[in-house]
Design a protein. Structure first.
Length: 541
């Protein structure tokens, strides 16, 4: 069927309980010939047309309709929209970027088995704190303690790999037996180091990281058991670690937490052949189940006192301090990060206040619009929902742009931050959820007060004020200007015969002059009679 094209079409404001028609450029009202409508209200006149209007009755349909109206409203106020969205983007982006650091460093558990049982083991001396451990002391602590399920040493050992183009410097770690099992990792190929590997060997075993295995050896499973020369020293590849393996960090001859390690080789720890006075190794241990850190530290200091009596020249006044691995990685940054998150949260509150003031300023120019919609049957709840939808759409646009700012901010934090505090920074589901929650809360925060102010305004005074403005000199001159066109949309609800004024129906299917029927998509369709009065002018009967 051919539909007559009209220059003026309508948008519907409201749900199933009221109707407001507004001229705009879009195709929400679908015209069709009155002869085929079968409606008593559509008389076969030359200019009479009936318009079929889909009124959304489902929550989804009403929400989509409200969002479309909000986007049209913002398009008519580009300056306000740009300022509001940009302010929110900067504030939300800053919050998301800082939260990504807080999440990665403070909230996200370390990538080790039962990380709450992992502790760093430090020596304490009268003039030194957090001192590394000597190889000989380590052997005594490992043999005598009853509070650890495992204790291990590690230190950095970088070596060169000869390639076709040029030598590659590989980041390596020398570790004691049990290092991987202590962290909760097992090789994906081959076997980890054993106690016997700590003895001097002409060809030492070597374990490759997953990254180095793929990058330098093409993920060849045949590398297990193959010889490998690094810095002119012979090794034999005995294992490949899984990709999830992360370095634990360390303060002395180590790498920051999470940095890439290309290979591991065994430390040489033979009793009687290792120094006791040289402290250059990082130590880490795993507490036995049910053993508190303080209890383990007390027992380790009993052993330290015994060593002081045995070796007074090297162990005088030496004690042991245990620090949870999480606390060692975070250090003093935890308090700083929480304060920083609070600061950017305060900036977000300031942005919400500024946008709320902008909305209150706009409310003075939109009171007549709200008054007309209310006079045509829109309830306060319906208008409030529309205004809150506008705030949420603004917040959503700001949140989307803010996510881009947050990603840029995370890159800047990683580039400028200290190593062990930036390895866990990244985009993940928790950060996305935080951004969504902040965006929704922000939209409600800055939008509720202005919306409530608008719906509680004096509607009668708003209409009178609008009439006085419409009758002002400039408006009258414009109306008298030759060729001036006004698109007038008239809407008349005729009540049914015998219905008292106090009981005038607000449901569209009870309005005289309308024909209502349900469509297959769940919407409610009404047929409205209208007369085309020429280009750009339509009158709804």
């Amino acid at each position: 069927m051919d539909h007559p094209s009209l220059p003026g079409v309508f948008s519907i404001f409201g749900a199933h309980d009221h109707i407001l028609l507004h001229a705009h450029d879009g195709s929400l009202c679908l015209p069709y010939e009155s002869e085929s409508s079968g409606l008593a209200s559509c008389q076969p006149e030359s200019k009479l047309r009936c318009y079929q209007i889909d009124l959304p009755v489902s929550l989804t349909g009403m929400l989509v309709h409200d969002i479309r109206f909000v986007l049209r409203t913002l398009r008519r106020s580009p300056g306000f929209a740009a300022v509001a969205v940009l302010m929110l983007a900067v504030a939300i982006g800053g919050n998301s970027a800082i939260f990504s650091v807080v999440n990665g460093v403070l909230l996200k558990p370390l990538p080790y088995q039962e990380p709450q049982r992992l502790v760093r083991v430090f020596g304490v001396w009268p003039k030194y704190d957090n001192f590394p451990m000597s190889p000989a002391d380590f052997l005594d602590y490992r043999a005598r303690n009853h509070v650890f399920s495992g204790i291990a040493l590690y230190a950095r050992r970088d070596l060169d790999l000869a390639t076709r183009d040029r030598p590659e410097r590989l980041a390596g770690m020398a570790v004691s037996a049990g290092f991987f099992r202590l962290l909760g990792y097992e090789p994906m190929l081959g076997a980890a180091f054993a106690i016997d590997d700590e003895k001097r060997q002409s060809v030492a075993p070597l374990i490759l990281s997953y990254r180095a295995w793929r990058r330098f050896f093409g993920a060849d499973r045949g590398m297990i058991g193959q010889p490998l020369t690094l810095s002119a020293k012979p090794f034999i590849v005995t294992a490949v670690m899984p990709p999830a393996m992360q370095h634990v960090g360390g303060d002395y001859h180590s790498l920051p937490h999470g940095d890439n390690v290309d290979f591991w080789i065994p430390l040489t720890l033979e009793a009687g052949r290792v120094p006791r006075g040289s402290h250059f190794l990082n130590a880490i241990a795993r507490l036995n189940p049910g053993v508190a850190r303080e209890q383990a530290e007390s027992e380790m200091n009993v052993i330290a006192a015994q060593l002081e009596q045995q070796y007074p020249d090297t162990n005088r006044d030496g004690r042991i301090k245990l620090t949870l691995l999480q606390d060692d990685i975070v250090g003093n940054a935890g308090t700083m990060l929480w304060v920083l998150l609070g600061a950017v949260g305060f900036v977000l509150l300031i942005a919400c206040g500024n946008i709320a003031n902008l909305l209150l300023a706009r409310a003075t120019t939109r009171q007549r619009e709200v008054a007309i919609r209310s006079a045509l049957g829109a309830g306060r709840e319906r208008i409030l929902r529309q205004l809150l939808t506008e705030s949420l759409v603004i917040a959503a646009l700001g949140g989307a742009l803010g996510m881009a700012f947050a990603i840029w901010g995370m890159d800047a934090i990683v580039a400028l931050g200290a190593g062990k505090l930036t390895q866990a920074v990244g985009l993940d589901a928790r950060m996305l959820a935080f951004t969504v929650v902040v965006t929704l809360a922000t939209g409600l925060l800055f939008g509720f007060a202005p919306a409530l102010t608008m719906v509680r305004s004096n509607l009668t005074e708003s209409l009178k004020e609008g009439d006085r403005r419409a009758g002002s000199g400039r408006a009258q001159k414009a109306a008298r200007r030759p060729g001036h066109r006004r698109n007038r949309v008239g809407l008349r609800f005729a009540r049914r015969r015998g219905t008292p004024d106090a009981q005038f129906p607000r449901s569209p299917e009870r309005l005289a002059g309308f024909s209502s029927r349900s469509s297959s998509d769940g919407s409610r369709r009404l047929a409205v009679s209208a007369i085309s009065e020429g280009p750009g002018r339509v009158r709804v009967l």
